[in-house]
Structure formats: structure tokens, C-alpha cells
Write a protein that binds this ligand. Structure first.
Ligand code: CDP
Length: 233
């Protein structure tokens, strides 16, 4: 039997996490946000290691980052049907969304040793849920779970993604703010798509879903329908 994983990949603010969470709820599966692990490792580095931007160039060495993640530890804890990120026993779901973490996460996520560590955590976590797990990220269908029976790649125009991200944060949506947010998302997408290891891209066998003109309800319904078609209950 194939693994019970639904892989949802896509660029920044394409609606992966909210879609994955809603799909998981509808199916009675768990939700795992792989970006939360990269964010939690980034938070741990910012709080515990000297910044490589300062005098010590190797402060964020791959070995130190992985040792820190192991020791604190950084981990995912299944609470109900959601894997929540913890650092040293503290739930960090909110603080990992801060601009301080967002600005540095792509740098951390480009380090192969960190990716390997994160992938091991994800594969272990998936085995602990009896139904199945909806996993969202950048490389879930291509690298982490290439055998997933359903892979979805979500896209939306850069402007629409910027608008959603501002709305999600409760920020004012004016043309200047939109332009600034769209540029920030574009920079992160560029970094994520051009890195050497596990770049952001759609798996050859993924279903492409452009959500620019879809409501959250509509995109969730499409993924749930695909899941019911492809994956035996
Ligand atoms: O802000 P958004 O929800 O779009 O991003 P996220 O899913 O929280 O991911 C934050 C960052 O982690 C991304 O910009 C990537 O650099 C990295 N990431 C990754 O490299 N691979 C994944 N599977 C998930 C996230």
C-alpha cells in the first residue's frame, strides 16, 4: 500500500497551509506545515547562535545548526490533528511568523544538512498518525514524499498572493504596501526556486491549481475531491 500523504507545494503565500489544514480537517487527517520546521530552526539560530552577518562567519555552520536543532530540541508535536512546532518545549507557532524569522528562513532552508534533518523529522512524524497526513511546503512532492498518491501544486499571481498575505496579517492594503509585499514574496520565491538543493518546483505528476480566482472553499473542495478519487478511504 502506498503512503497516506497528500503533498501540497507552491510559492510563498499561495495558500498552501490554509488549504492543507482545511483538507486535513475534512478528511480526518493530520496537517504538517514543513515551512514551520524551517522557521523554527531559523528562530532557534537567531536566538542562540551568533549571526554570520556579524564577525563570526561560520557561526551558522550546518553542523552547529543541526546540533542546535537536536539539542534544544526543535521538534513537531502532534496536538489533536495538527503537528505544532516547538523549540525547547515551548510552542512557537506564532513567533515563527515574525518578519525577523521570515527575512532569514530561505537562507537556512538552502543548507543541505538542515534540509536533511527537517526531512527526517517529517518522515518520522508521518508514521505517527493512523489516518494520513497532509504535508505542505516547497519540495514535498519532489523530494520528501515522491511516492505520495496525491500531489498538488498551488499557484496564484504575485499581486494576489501579496494581497492575501497583507489581509492575513490585518495590514492596510494600499498600492505601496502591496508593491512592497509583492517584492518581498518575489525575493523569497527567487531564492527558493534557484537554490541548488530541492528547489521550489512542481513534481511532474502534480496537479496544478491556479487559485488566483478561487475562494479558499473552492480550492479546498477541489483538493478533497481529488483525494477521494485517488486515495481509498
Ligand atoms: O510564508 P510561507 O507560508 O509562504 O512560507 P513557509 O511555508 O512558512 O516557508 C518558509 C520558508 O521555508 C520558505 O520560503 C522556504 O525557504 C522554506 N521551505 C522550504 O525550503 N521547503 C519546504 N518544504 C518548506 C519551506
Amino acid at each position: 500500500m502506498s503512503i497516506r500523504v497528500i503533498a501540497i507545494d507552491g510559492p510563498a503565500a499561495s495558500g498552501k497551509s490554509s488549504t492543507a489544514a482545511a483538507v486535513a480537517r475534512r478528511l480526518g487527517w493530520a496537517h504538517l506545515d514543513s515551512g514551520a520546521l524551517y522557521r523554527a530552526v531559523t528562530l532557534a539560530a537567531l536566538d542562540n547562535l551568533r549571526d554570520p552577518g556579524s564577525e563570526m562567519r561560520d557561526a551558522w555552520s550546518p553542523q552547529r545548526l543541526v546540533a542546535l536543532a537536536e539539542d534544544l530540541p526543535v521538534r513537531l508535536v502532534l496536538v489533536g490533528d495538527v503537528f505544532r512546532p516547538e523549540v525547547a518545549g515551548v510552542d512557537v507557532e506564532d513567533v515563527i511568523r515574525s518578519p525577523r524569522v521570515t527575512a532569514r528562513v530561505s537562507e537556512i532552508a538552502a543548507i543541505p544538512e538542515v534540509r536533511h534533518w527537517v526531512n527526517v523529522q517529517q518522515r518520522e512524524a508521518v508514521g505517527t498518525h493512523p489516518q494520513g497526513v497532509v504535508v505542505d511546503g516547497r519540495d514535498i512532492g519532489t523530494v520528501v514524499f515522491p511516492d505520495a498518491p496525491l500531489k498538488v501544486f498551488l499557484t496564484a499571481t504575485a499581486d494576489e498572493r501579496a494581497r492575501r498575505r497583507l489581509a492575513q496579517r490585518g495590514d492596510r492594503i494600499d498600492p505601496a504596501e502591496l508593491q512592497r509585499e509583492s517584492a518581498a514574496l518575489g525575493a523569497r520565491d527567487h531564492a527558493d526556486s534557484t537554490r541548488r538543493v530541492a528547489p521550489l518546483r512542481s513534481a511532474a505528476d502534480a496537479t496544478l491549481l491556479d487559485t488566483t480566482r478561487l475562494s479558499v472553499e473552492e480550492q479546498v473542495a477541489r483538493v478533497v475531491a481529488l483525494a477521494r478519487e485517488r486515495i481509498p478511504g
